[in-house]
Write a protein that binds this ligand. Structure first.
Ligand code: TXA
Ligand code: MG
Length: 335
């Protein structure tokens, strides 16, 4: 079992010493919890891959304490600088040509590096006090559900970690938006997140390509190799609820149905619309997208623990952070 540490000044120092000594630990960010190590320490970073069970072809995001700290890691261009100035610290990861200081292991041999300056005050304190760039994928076993609390990290990886720093529940709840700016002329979103395409376009004053147009090409697989079709999966089979009659379940099945917003009236719905008795949940009371994103992984972790035979879930409206919710759900779905 890992020690779950409260973010006191003493514990921040303890964590920083541990990172300097080449340890891997669980740290909070505003998106999801990260499995962090010194990005310049090849042996520590190889432990990240080993602990996660992550293939070496899937590169790690490097977390930095702002733009100044990222100068020696990548070749910056004007557009990337504009985005970093606008959205950092925050849930935006920028992919740029890498400089030699970044180990090839971290970037899975790619000539590019993904950089993010997170907003979570506890993570910022660790970055500031250590002065280190920190490689950190989400702190879960490869392809499993991302963690949004210290307890989720403990449940998934606690037997492999000495420390998890507790920064409370993540305020965003889904992973960062990843934007490719290796070519200064054209920004491309590789993974949707809380920062939306239109916000990037407003900041840059020009259009941004969105993954859908480029996702199927084999080149895209090389640009964002970890963007797998199957990912972020609960243990329980997950299906989309498009129509209440969709729900097919053996008679003895115990299923969970998750609505995007609280269904009204719940009782009526249970009696008239579901062919089988189901346990009803929802991601937000009133359809607020940010709340739904914040609650998504926590609810799926909870439903996994309740051992349902299946989860039927409604997709979110496909705008704003709803795009990120749906992206994760589509990769998590059983079919
Ligand atoms: O919000 C987040 O981004 C969280 C927190 C911990 O910061 N991190 C996260 O990391 O989601 P992870 O490992 O689950 O996702 C990293 C993904 C890779 O799978 C890949 O798609 C992309 O980031 N990536 C990393 N380095 C890259 C590179 N050099 N070029 C292109 N894509 C890269
Ligand atoms: Mg992940």
């Amino acid at each position: 079992m890992a020690d779950i540490l409260q973010p006191t000044a003493d514990n921040i120092r303890l964590v920083v010493d541990s990172l300097r000594a080449g340890e891997v630990l669980g740290l909070p960010t505003e998106t999801v919890y990260g499995l962090a190590a010194n990005a310049l320490d090849v042996s520590a970073c190889s432990s990240i891959f080993e602990i996660k069970g992550r293939p070496l072809i899937d590169p790690l995001i490097v977390h930095v304490d702002g733009l100044a700290a990222a100068g020696s890691l990548a070749v910056w261009n004007d557009q990337a600088r504009v985005l970093a100035e606008h959205f950092w610290p925050g849930p935006l990861t920028i992919v740029l040509p890498k400089l030699p200081l970044v180990p090839d292991l971290v970037t899975a041999g790619l000539p590019s590096v993904a950089l993010r300056s997170p907003a979570h005050p506890v993570m910022r304190a660790v970055l500031e006090e250590s002065g280190l760039p920190l490689a950190a994928p989400s702190a879960n076993r490869f392809a499993a559900l991302s963690p949004t609390t210290a307890q989720h990290v403990e449940e998934g990886l606690g037997n492999r970690l000495e420390y998890i720093l507790d920064g409370g529940p993540c305020s965003v709840g889904v992973e960062s938006t990843i934007v490719d700016l290796r070519c200064s002329g054209q920004a491309r979103i590789l993974r949707p997140g809380a920062i939306e395409a239109y916000e990037l376009e407003q900041a840059l004053g020009r259009p941004v390509l969105y993954g859908a147009a480029i996702k199927s090409s084999s080149e895209e697989r090389q640009v964002a190799p970890g963007n797998l079709d199957k990912h972020y999966c609960p243990r329980t089979p997950l299906y989309f609820l498009q129509n209440h009659c969709d729900i097919a379940q053996p008679d003895d099945g115990n299923i969970a149905v998750v609505y995007f917003k609280r269904p009204l009236p719940a009782l009526n719905l249970r009696q008239h619309q579901h062919p089988r008795p189901a346990h009803i949940y929802w991601l937000s009371e009133d359809g607020d997208l940010a709340t739904a994103a914040r609650c998504l992984y926590a609810l799926l972790h909870r439903l996994d623990a309740l051992n349902y035979t299946a989860i039927w879930i409604e997709l979110a409206p496909d705008w704003g952070i709803g795009k990120a919710i749906n992206d994760r759900l589509k990769r998590a779905a059983t079919c």
